[in-house]
Design a protein around this ligand. Sequence first.
Ligand code: ADP
Length: 474
Amino acid sequence: MKIMFLAAEAAPFFKVGGLGDVAGSLPQSLLAHKDVDDVRLVLPLHSPYDLSSYELELICEFSVIHPDGKVDAKVYQHNIDELIVYFIDGEPVANHPSVYTADPANDGNKYVFFSLAALELAKTLKWQPDIVHGNDWHAAPAVYALKIQNDPFFKNTKTIITVHNLPYLGKGAEGALAAFGLPGSTDETLPIWARYMPLPLGLSAADKITAVSSGYADEILTQEYGSGLHEFLGVRKNQLSGILNGLNMDYWDPKTDRQIHNYSTSTLDERIENKKKLQTELGFGINRQIPLISVISRMDHQKGIDLIIRALRSLMDKSWRAVIHGSGDPEIEERVRRLCREFPDRIQAKLNYDDDLPHRIYAGSDMILIPSRYEPCGMTQMIAMRYGCIPIARATGGLRDTIQDYGVDKNTATGFLFETASAKELSARIRKGLGVYGDEEAWRRLQSNGMTQDFSWGDSTEKYVQLYKELITL
Ligand code: ADP
C-alpha cells in the first residue's frame, strides 16, 4: 500500500497548530503498520523556516502547467528513517512570511501550486500512490484535480480528505484555482458559492472524507458547525467518518521530555519542580499552593480567548495565577496585554510562538483553559492530560470525545467540561476546578487518570488503514 500524504505543516519542520502535530506523527505511525509499504509526506518548503539542520537533497525539477506559462518547481527530499519527506519549492511558495498569511489570494496561489506540484511530482518519479491523502483546504486542489483530470497515471489512485478545521474553506483561492486551470465544480449538491473554493471542491471529489474526531464528524452535519456545507455533507454522509487524532507519545512524554524535570504517575511529587521553575520564569514568587492556570493557544476567535479574559476578571475573589501563551489575532493579543497590565501580579502573557515554552507550561501549570467555540479534535488537552495538567474545556468536538468530566464520575474523570461557550459557564467551571484543586487526593486522581490515558495513534492508524483498504478494493 502506497500513500501520498499532503499537508501544509508538519512538526518538526514547521508547526503552527495541531495539523503540524498530526502530519508530524501520523505518517510514521502508518508506515509502521504491517499492511502499509510506503508513505511519503509532501510539504511546501516554507522559506522563513530554517531547515539547515536537516539534510535536504534536490531530487527533481519540473514545471506545473499554468495557462500563462509554466511555473517551475523544485523538490527536495529528506528521510526520517523509512519515511520519505518531500519539500516543494517554487516561486508561489517562496517569500511568504509564514505558513499561513493574512492574504488569502497569495495563500491560494501557494497552495494550489503546492497541490498540483505534488501530483506532478508523483508522475515525475513514476511513483503511483494507491491513496492520495490530503489534509484541509491546502491539499484539496490535489484531490479535486485528480478527480477531474482523469489522468491515466492516477487511474488506480483513490483519495481521502481529512478535515482539521472546516471553516477554513480556502476562500480567496478562487483566482488561483482558475489561474492554474482548475474549473469550478459541476456538483449540484454543492452550494453555488462553494463551487470555486478549494475545500468544498476537495470534499466533493474525495472518495472518503474524515474529520478528526467522531464528535466533529457529527457536528459538521449541523447548521451550527457546518460552515454552510451541512446539507452538502449530509449528502456525502456515507463517505464521512470521524477518526480521532493521536499524539506523538514519545515526543510528549513527561518521563523523558528533556525540556522539563521528569516525572510520572509514580513520582508525581516531582512535578512541583516544574511549577517552581515556571513560577520563577514568569516572575511570580514560588508558591506550591496557589493554583497556576494556563492557556496555550492560537489567539483566535475560535479559541474563546475573550471568554477567558472575562472569566478571569470574574474570579478575582479567588487565589490563582495565570499564564497566557500564544500568538495570532493582534486585537486579541492586545486585549490579553491589557489584562496583564491590569493584574501584573496574577497574570503573565507570552505572546509569541515558541516550540519549547509549551513543554514547561504543560509540566508546570495545574490547569489549562480551552473554552473553544468549536474544536475539531484539539491536541492541547491531550498533551495537557499526559502531563498531569487538568483541562477545563468546552464540551465540543474532540474536547468532548477525549475529556471525561468530573461532574459525571469523579473516579474516572480527567478534567472539567462545560456546555455553552459563555464566560459565565467557563468561570463557574474554573471555580469548581479551584475547589477540587484544594482536595489533594481528588486532584491526584484527576492527574493520574489523565496521565494514563492512551492517546497514541494505535487505534486511529488502524482505522485509517481500514479505510485505505476499503478504497483500494473498490
Ligand atoms: P489548533 O490546531 O486549532 O491550533 P490544537 O489544540 O489542535 O489547536 O493544537 C495546538 C498545538 O499547537 C499544540 O501542540 C499546542 O501546544 C501548540 N501551540 C499552540 N500555541 C502555541 C505557541 N504559541 N507556541 C508553541 N506551540 C503552540
